[in-house]
Design a binder for this molecule. Structure first.
Ligand SMILES: NC(=O)c1ccc[n+]([C@@H]2O[C@H](COP(=O)([O-])OP(=O)(O)OC[C@H]3O[C@@H](n4cnc5c(N)ncnc54)[C@H](OP(=O)(O)O)[C@@H]3O)[C@@H](O)[C@H]2O)c1
Length: 337
């Protein structure tokens, strides 16, 4: 079977050459284990945290030669665990490989209903990114009717869902994404407007899109994208810090001149409520039920970009950090359903 291992620790943004696709022995499930066949692999920015030589964020750490860490949707091929039967669809952090033998007591597996939605949705709308978007807008952002919400990385898995939740909540939703095509795709999902942060007049366009100021800013990016947001924040605006992808791979050092003083000044002078969180930890117990219901009612559309084959996973993962064309959740079809 095929699997993807880390070749060397990435320096800054990862590139496909940091990974190697290799052939491995088919795993045999031991007592207490199930054998899984991977159908869908999730490519997430958070995987970058597991690839640092010095671990700073999160619990997972992958060393050179080890299989990449990450979520996948699989089917049970053989089971030595009473709670799981052959044919069950499950989601779990089983790694970048075609088959895996795991003990569900060590690697938690969530059963999914493949009849209710496409199985890959368990990696996006009906999984961790969906819970994160729910947490951004409801538990942490506390978005209400009539408020203006700005969402960076709006074309991504979290952003596409968060924006659609914002419309359900009755907010004015402004997205920020890279390039006019992504912006049009984001608007097609129901955002009121999407601003291209690569445009030379990005800050002016953002100000024009938020004439009354910003009540809630969903921070996914950092850097220059955020600099244009800060002057537009209203007094006591909320800022859920969901991610800061522009700084991933930079350790604690950060780029160029230190902009922290201006950020701290804005937090104090505007009475901002800035809160970091893990989406899957903070989303309430009803988050996945809400998302499934809204999807069933046609209020949230599934947005997915599919990459074909495990061989393509390293380049597609690297693309997350270097400008890709994807809209919605990025998944790899490892095997045909
Ligand atoms: N706190 C949590 O529990 C949690 C959970 C999931 C995700 N997150 C975070 O949420 C954010 C979005 O995640 P996702 O799953 O939606 O990812 P995604 O679907 O892979 O989208 C990520 C997008 O970020 C944009 N981006 C990448 N580098 C950038 C840069 N230097 N400057 C500006 N934009 C950049 C790119 O879009 P453009 O082409 O538009 O630039 C990219 O497609 C990330 O920061 C991620 O780490 C947090």
């Amino acid at each position: 079977m095929k699997q993807v291992v880390l070749r060397n620790y990435p320096r800054g943004a990862p590139s496909a050459g940091d990974f190697a696709v290799e052939t491995a022995e088919m795993p045999e499930p031991s007592t207490g284990e199930v054998l899984l066949k991977t159908y869908w692999l999730s490519l997430d920015p958070l995987i970058r945290f597991s690839l640092d030589e010095r671990r700073l964020t999160g619990r997972a750490q992958v060393r050179p030669g080890e299989v990449l860490y990450g979520g996948a949707v699989s089917r049970i091929e053989a089971s030595n665990v009473a709670a799981f039967s052959v044919g069950d669809w499950v989601e779990g952090r089983t790694g970048w490989r075609e088959f895996a033998a795991v003990d569900p007591a060590v690697v938690p597996l969530r059963k999914i209903d493949a009849g209710a939605a496409p199985p890959s949705a368990a990696l996006g709308l009906l999984g961790m990114p969906g819970q994160t978007a729910h947490a951004c807008m409801i538990e942490v952002g506390r978005v209400t009717t009539g408020e203006t919400v700005v969402i960076s990385a709006a074309a991504g898995a979290v952003g596409t869902i968060a924006g659609q939740i914002g419309k359900i909540l009755g907010a004015r939703v402004v997205g920020i994404a890279g390039g006019p095509e992504k912006c049009r795709a984001v608007e097609a999902l129901g955002f009121d407007v999407c601003v291209d942060y690569r445009a030379s007049d990005y800050a002016d366009q953002l100000a024009a899109a938020c004439p009354g100021g910003i009540d809630v800013y969903i921070e996914n990016v950092g850097g220059a994208v955020t600099q244009a947001v800060l002057p537009l924040l209203k007094y006591q605006a909320r800022m859920p810090v969901c991610g800061f992808i522009a700084y991933y791979g930079m350790g604690l050092e950060g780029p160029g001149p230190d902009r922290l003083p201006g950020f701290m000044r804005t937090i104090m002078s505007k009475g901002l409520e800035v809160r970091g969180f893990g989406g899957a930890l903070v989303a309430g117990p009803d988050a996945l039920d809400n998302l499934a219901r809204w999807h069933g009612q046609g209020k949230i559309r599934l947005a997915e970009t599919v990459v074909e084959g495990l061989d393509e996973a390293p380049a597609a993962f690297a693309g997350i950090f270097s400008g890709n064309a994807n809209v919605g959740k990025l998944v790899v079809r490892v095997a045909a359903e």
